[in-house]
Design a protein around this ligand. Structure first.
Ligand SMILES: *Cc1c(COP(=O)(O)O)cnc(C)c1O
Length: 375
C-alpha cells in the first residue's frame, strides 16, 4: 500500500466519536416526531425494529400476563409466539388480512376475557397493506386498564402516530419505511406504567441486549451522560440526517405524500382494470405506507412483478411474502418513493405485464386516475 492511500480519509470510516450528548440530542428529535410528552421516555435501540419489538414484550410479559394479541398480518403472529414463549396466556384475535380490526372486536374480547392485562397490536402492516384504528382501540384498552403495545414501524411518518394521546404504553418505530431512514437503529416510547410492569417482572431481560431496563437504569436515570456501549455511529448519523430531512419537509407534508400515494395507487388500479384489484377491500382500512394488490385469477404475482421490474428495475414492487406470494403484489410507495411519478410508473409497468399476459387494461385511464387522486 502506498503511503498516500493510508492517509486518505473515508467518509464512513474516519468519523469523530459520537458523544452521549449527540446521541441524546437525536433521541430528543425522534421523541418530537413521536409527539410524546414528558410522561413517556423515548429510547433509541441499537438494532433493527425487531429488537425493541421483542425487548418490550420480553420486558413486560410473564406467566401472570393475560394477553390479547391482535393479528392483522405476519407481525402479529410473531408477537403471539414471543408472548407464549414468555409464559403468558394469549388470546389471539385474528382478522382477515384484507380488512382491519375494529374497536368493537377488541371490546368483545375484553367482555369474554375480563382478565386481559396486555394488548398487542400492529398499527399499519406493510406486508398486508392494512391499517388499524388505534385511537378507538386505545380508548377501549384504557377503559380496561391493560398495557398497550403498538408496532408503529410501518405507520410512523406515513400517518399520525400519537402514543400519548392514544394511551400507548410501548410504541415501537423504525426509520426504514416512511421516514426514509436507516434500518439499523429503532426507537420505543415507554410509559411510566410500562416501566413499572418491567421493574416488577422477574423475567424481564437484564444485562442483555434485549433489555429496556438496562437503558432505563444506566442511561435515562443516569441523566443520559454515559452510553451502555459504543453507539452505532453511522446509523445514528443517518437517523439524524433522516429526521432533519423530515423536519425540513414537514411531517404533515410527508404524511400527505403517503396518503396521496395510497389513494392514487388505489384509484389507478381500479381504472386500470385487467383483473387487478386493491387487496384491502375498503379504502379506510388501507395503509398509507404501501398498497397491496390482488393479482388476477390465473396469474402469479411473482411473474407479474418480475415482468414489471424487467421494464423498470427501480420500481418498489414486490410479491407478497410466504403464503401470499402467488396472489399479492405490494407497491411499497414509501419514503422517497412516495411520489406521483413512482405510482404512475408502477401502474404502467404492471399494466404492461398484464397486457402481455392477455388482459385488457386501460393505461390512459389509470394515468388520469392517478393524476386526479393525487392531492
Ligand atoms: C417493516 C416492518 C417491521 C420491521 O421489519 P423488517 O422486516 O425488518 O423491515 C416491523 N413491523 C411492521 C409492521 C413492519 O411493517
Amino acid at each position: 500500500m502506498s503511503e498516500e492511500s493510508t492517509t486518505v480519509t473515508h467518509p464512513f470510516l474516519d468519523l469523530a466519536p459520537l458523544s452521549a450528548e449527540h446521541f441524546a440530542a437525536v433521541e430528543d428529535r425522534v421523541a418530537r416526531l413521536m409527539n410524546t410528552s414528558a410522561s413517556q421516555d423515548v429510547v433509541i435501540m441499537q438494532g433493527e425494529a425487531l429488537l425493541p419489538l421483542e425487548g418490550a414484550i420480553r420486558g413486560t410479559a410473564g406467566p401472570g400476563t393475560v394477553a390479547l394479541n391482535v393479528i392483522t398480518g405476519p407481525y402479529g403472529q410473531t408477537f403471539g409466539d414471543w408472548l407464549r414463549d414468555c409464559g403468558a396466556t394469549v388470546y389471539d384475535l385474528a382478522v382477515p388480512f384484507h380488512t382491519a380490526v375494529t374497536a368493537e372486536q377488541v371490546r368483545a374480547a375484553f367482555a369474554e376475557h375480563p382478565d386481559i392485562d396486555f394488548v398487542s397490536l400492529v398499527h399499519a402492516e406493510a406486508a398486508t397493506g392494512n391499517t388499524n384504528p388505534v385511537a378507538e382501540i386505545g380508548a377501549v384498552v384504557r377503559e380496561h386498564g391493560a398495557l398497550f403495545y403498538l408496532d408503529a414501524v410501518a405507520s410512523i411518518a406515513a400517518e399520525p402516530v400519537l402514543p400519548d394521546a392514544w394511551g400507548v404504553d410501548l410504541c415501537v418505530i423504525g426509520a426504514q419505511k416512511a421516514m426514509g431512514g436507516p434500518a439499523g437503529v429503532s426507537a420505543v416510547s415507554v410509559s411510566e406504567r410500562a416501566w413499572q410492569r418491567m421493574a416488577a417482572n422477574p423475567q424481564a431481560p437484564r444485562h442483555s441486549y434485549l433489555s429496556l431496563l438496562d437503558w432505563k437504569q444506566r442511561w435515562i436515570d443516569g441523566g443520559r451522560t454515559a452510553l451502555l456501549h459504543a453507539p452505532a455511529q453511522l446509523e445514528m448519523l443517518a437517523l439524524e440526517a433522516c429526521v432533519e430531512r423530515i423536519e425540513s419537509e414537514g411531517l404533515d407534508a410527508l404524511m400527505a405524500r403517503h396518503a396521496s400515494a395510497a389513494a392514487a395507487t388505489r384509484a389507478g388500479t381500479l381504472a386500470l382494470g385487467g383483473g387487478l384489484e386493491p387487496y384491502v377491500h375498503e379504502a379506510k382500512d388501507a395503509a398509507p405506507v404501501a398498497t397491496t394488490l390482488r393479482a388476477p385469477a390465473g396469474t402469479d404475482a411473482r411473474e407479474l412483478v418480475a415482468k414489471a421490474l424487467a421494464v423498470d428495475p427501480v420500481l418498489p414492487l414486490v410479491a407478497g411474502g410466504g403464503a401470499l406470494a402467488a396472489e399479492m403484489i405490494r407497491v411499497n410507495h414509501y419514503g422517497p418513493q412516495a411520489t406521483r411519478g413512482v405510482v404512475q410508473s408502477s401502474l404502467a409497468a404492471l399494466g404492461g405485464a398484464l397486457a402481455e399476459a392477455g388482459f385488457a387494461v386501460d393505461l390512459e385511464g389509470a394515468r388520469k386516475a392517478v393524476a386526479a387522486a393525487w392531492v
